[in-house]
Design a protein around this ligand. Sequence first.
Ligand SMILES: Nc1ncnc2c1ncn2[C@@H]1O[C@H](COP(=O)(O)OP(=O)(O)OP(=O)(O)O)[C@@H](O)[C@H]1O
Length: 256
Amino acid sequence: MEPIIVLKNLWKSYSGTPVLKGINLSVMPGQVIGYIGPNGAGKSTTVKILCGLLSDFEGEVLVAGKDIRKEPLAAKQKVGFIPELAELYETLTPHEFLHFMAALYGMDAQVAEDRMAKMLGAFGLAGNLHQRMDTFSKGMRQKVLITSGLLHNPDIIIMDEPLSGLDANSVIIIKELIGKLAAEGKTIFYCSHMMDVVEKVSDRIILINQGEVVADGSFEELKSQQGNQSLERIFAQLTASDSINQAASDLLSAFQ
Ligand SMILES: Nc1ncnc2c1ncn2[C@@H]1O[C@H](COP(=O)(O)OP(=O)(O)OP(=O)(O)O)[C@@H](O)[C@H]1O
């Protein structure tokens, strides 16, 4: 089996400052990757490159066997992106917005219609299909974004903090959905700071720090390497430059 995502010696700089420093990764179809790292580690930059939103990088990126720079449209057809925050066209209804997205992907309108009805129904939004999204709560918007990322049935699903704003029941639905999508052979690239969720849903965890991979393996493998700790502890051990307790005290001292 061929890897579905390949990053070869990926470097990316902003104004001459490198933020990704030679990332190498091979992801096999059906894997659920938990891509984690501290603020500013380079997660969103990696995701933007994978989605074809940034092209001024060095190295090679293959998505579903396509070079993302040479064949961006063919690669993007295979990818569904669920961002944490996105510009939704708020004056549209989910029905209008999702049909617009479906048309961009060249989907059959009836297939899109049936899928959006089922997906929004599963999220409890069946009654909101024709309501303008400027009246929606954060969680309702997030459910529309998730639907939009999955509507064209992509082989690769890239999620950047997809649970942001979702209530507890919806979080459970998404966690279950990730497992079911992977069982169908979909590849999930899941970026998050929610360590408990990453621990549960991922079968491979990649930890980056300052633009470099510092750990790569299943949760069990990371635990055996790092001394049987929670993912939160492993994360802190591999990425915190200063004591976390000290940082909390320093923050508090600002009020004294
Ligand atoms: N458009 C930009 N111009 C300049 N610097 C940028 C730009 N976007 C990101 N950076 C810098 O690149 C580094 C990596 O940012 P990135 O957004 O990829 O991190 P991240 O791991 O997603 O962080 P977070 O967890 O906070 O979302 C940071 O130092 C950030 O300041």
